[in-house]
Design a binder for this molecule. Structure first.
Ligand code: FAD
Ligand code: NAP
Length: 336
């Protein structure tokens, strides 16, 4: 059934008021193919919606929103050292993490509590605490919007990069991801070296952490510094951490000895939050929006912000970071 004039406020974590002219909820590949083949919908612009946690809606969606509700988690293969787990795109990402931890499937514990659905995870190769989706990714299935055909993509086809994939670039708006298969470990090779995980485990007096311990540590850290979208609208990190040539980083470091940079191949990854904070934005309230007091990289909606207002704030932040450091920030959030 196609719903008309649907408010998207409950479906985006910024809590922005925008309307979809048409909305279809699909819970199977067949239902999705039927919607794609429907002659009455043929001329409508199509927009794919997951959990709405990486989205800035600056206007109404005048076409058809396809809300991905394909569920199901399945262990499809087990080898000597790996579990192959296939998940429907509409499964909530953190529910997949909980399922894997409960069954001893190791590898995504550092990605605990990332909002959104499984289907969007490959879009920007979600990452946190030193782990990215690509590290455990096996393959995905996606339905081509133009034909309704189901295609399988291996990791190499997805062209994963830092918060990037082919689906955000060359194949943008061409495929609807319907399932994702992960290759997870039988042995827990926990990675605790990133950020505050080690301190948190120490605080909990845990010296040989299990994957569940690591997940709990990550959850504690995230809850202590990230605003809960249910209480304060946000979309997580609004900008990517910029990659700059290492020579540029060295030059900045002579001027700003405290600048935060991490090696990233031939480049250096700068902490965007630090750059934004230096420009005086951290905790600053601008009308109904602002940069969060505990994490400058997160822009928030104090209740009545519009997408345009948040977009304009992001422009101001980008300009001031460029003027101060000569570094271009790129938005991570998908702007519509
Ligand atoms: P949506 O916002 O619904 O969609 C995002 C984009 O993907 C849109 O362009 C949409 O059209 C497209 N899309 C969605 N589903 C599909 C599909 N099935 N097929 C094709 N295209 C699709 N991200 C991280 O990487 N690491 C983090 O640690 C992290 N922390 C966050 C913390 C908070 C508090 C919040 C609010 C966000 C955070 N994010 C993080 C961002 C966000 O959670 C992820 O990017 C997540 O994968 C988005 O999923 P979603 O289902 O909400 O996508
Ligand atoms: P943090 O630990 O305060 O670190 C600040 C930045 O420095 C992070 O962005 C991180 O880059 C980088 N960093 C820290 N330690 C690093 C290391 N050992 N090696 C390389 N880079 C390092 O960050 P935070 O804000 O609390 O977030 C913690 C983790 O959750 C990060 O991985 C972050 O990406 C993720 N997160 C993502 C979002 C989102 O919406 N995308 C939102 C909240 C949190 P990276 O970002 O590349 O990891």
């Amino acid at each position: 059934m196609i719903e008309k004039n649907v408010s998207l406020k409950p479906y985006n974590t910024f809590g922005l008021n925008a309307e979809a002219k048409l909305l279809a909820r699909v819970d199977s590949i067949l239902a999705l193919q039927e919607v794609l083949a429907d002659a009455t919908l043929k001329n409508e612009e199509r927009f794919i919606l997951g959990g709405g946690s990486n989205l800035l809606l600056t206007k109404d969606i005048s076409g058809l929103v396809i809300k991905n509700e394909l569920l199901g988690i399945e262990l499809i293969e087990e080898t000597e050292d790996s579990f192959f787990v296939k998940s429907g795109a509409g499964v909530v990402w953190h529910e997949l993490v909980i399922h894997c931890i409960a069954n001893g499937y190791a590898g995504i514990e550092n990605l605990s509590l990332i909002p959104g659905n499984v289907g969007a995870a490959p879009m920007q190769n979600i990452g946190a605490y030193g782990v990215e989706l690509k590290d455990v990714f096996h393959s995905l299935e996606a339905v081509e919007m133009a034909t309704g055909n189901v295609e399988t993509f291996a990791a190499v086809d997805c062209e994963f990069g830092y918060r990037e994939s082919v689906f955000k670039r060359k194949l943008k708006n061409q495929f609807i991801i319907s399932s994702v298969t992960l290759k997870l470990g039988k042995e827990a090779n926990v990675n605790t070296s990133y950020g505050a995980i080690e301190q948190e485990l120490e605080r909990l007096s845990i010296s040989s952490p299990t994957i569940k311990d690591v997940s709990e540590a990550v959850i504690n850290i995230r809850q202590s510094k990230l605003p809960d979208p249910k209480k304060l609208g946000n979309s997580g990190s609004f900008f990517k951490n910029p990659l700059v040539p290492t020579a540029k980083y060295e030059e900045l470091k002579t001027k700003y000895p405290n600048i935060l940079g991490y090696p990233a191949g031939e480049n250096t990854k700068l902490a965007a939050g630090w750059l934004i904070e230096q420009c005086g934005w951290k905790g600053k309230v601008v009308g109904n929006t602002g940069s969060h007091a505990l994490q400058a990289l997160v822009l928030v909606n104090y209740g009545n912000a519009t997408g345009v207002e948040i977009f304009n704030l992001s422009e101001q932040i980008m300009k001031s970071v460029y003027d101060a450091f000569g570094v271009h920030l790129e938005r991570e959030v998908n702007v519509y």
